[in-house]
Design a protein around this ligand. Sequence first.
Ligand SMILES: [Zn+2]
Length: 234
Amino acid sequence: MATVVAVFTKRCPGCLKNRGSLCPGCCRRLDPTAAGGPGGSFYFALGQPTGSAGDSVAGVALSTYEEFSERVIVAAKNGRTDVLADLGRLLARHRFALRGPVGGETVVSWIPASRSGRRSRGYDQGQLLARSVAAELNRLQRSSGRHSAVGKGPREGIAVCRLFTRHDRCRQTGRTRAERLNGPNLQWRGANGVERLLLVDDVVTTGSSMRSAVGLAEGGGVPSIEALALASVR
Ligand SMILES: [Zn+2]
């Protein structure tokens, strides 16, 4: 019954006023490139504290993790898949504005949610985010006339690919900082011919999940890796 009520009163989780998904005003508040937006880009480093793996990868986030972005992201992680799709589109546009089209065999992948998180939500937010990012990047590349340069053979454009599996049973949420620093137990599933990986995640806290995923992809022979997140904790 609660679900039925929520569907009929669906509102923008940013302002809690406008009906529907993220309203244009709240999109602007999360879009670093928009007039009246937060301005500038938010980068997170994946270099410390273990050194080596991921040192060369700088991440781009839409926003810092503060009250407004937290409210929107928490909604997206708790049933608002429409908002998750909006956030993915914003992230793709921000990435495209910063770095332009991607070439070669580009794959978008994500850090898998824990099994318990997936089960209680009914979806893996990273996977939905990856799909939205890839779809919007494909759209942007098409409209900028760069689509023909992307993808070879039967695969057209930027693909979404499950490159990691995860074996821990508890979520990052609710863990101590020390536990979070160890990150989730990820494994590389292997992939051939990935020239560029766009790795997406919702919130980067310590960067441990991103670091271990980047290290695995580097070990798997991916020459170019970018990390993208909705928000990073400062
Ligand atoms: Zn709004």
